[in-house]
Design a protein. Sequence first.
Length: 162
Amino acid sequence: MTEELNTRRKFLAASGALLAGTASGLVIPVYANGLKATRSMRGGSNNYLPDAPIVDRIGGGGFWMTGTVLRASDGAPLAGQRIQIWAHTTEGHERDQRSHGATLTDENGNYKLEMPQIVPAFGQAHGHLAYDSDEYKTVFLRPVMSSPKDKSLNANFVLEPS
């Protein structure tokens, strides 16, 4: 009973401290320390076209590619980072220029881009993504979908400086 009461008191004290800090405006973001950088995946750069344009959407849409971009040293979100996306879809092959587009991360390091439904190529439904700017090392990803019927695919990047 004494241990349970002691644990409850610690919880209440910590909660009170958190509320007091929040109310006073002293909220400081906490990031992961020493995240391991994302390595390029085999086949990730297949049919890569440098300098794909930043677009609002690729084709007619209906499928969402999403993710987060973080800095390797401290896990901080990276705003304004260019992520290129391409895939074999219901509207075109991954080598077609019209199947390529890029988007920028928001202030929280998140990105999302709508595109046509990804369909299997070489037996697997998969997307291709690239971080290819100069500030951080280039990374190519080739995530595979759980099912070709999925309506979204998430791929995260942890980047290290060039």
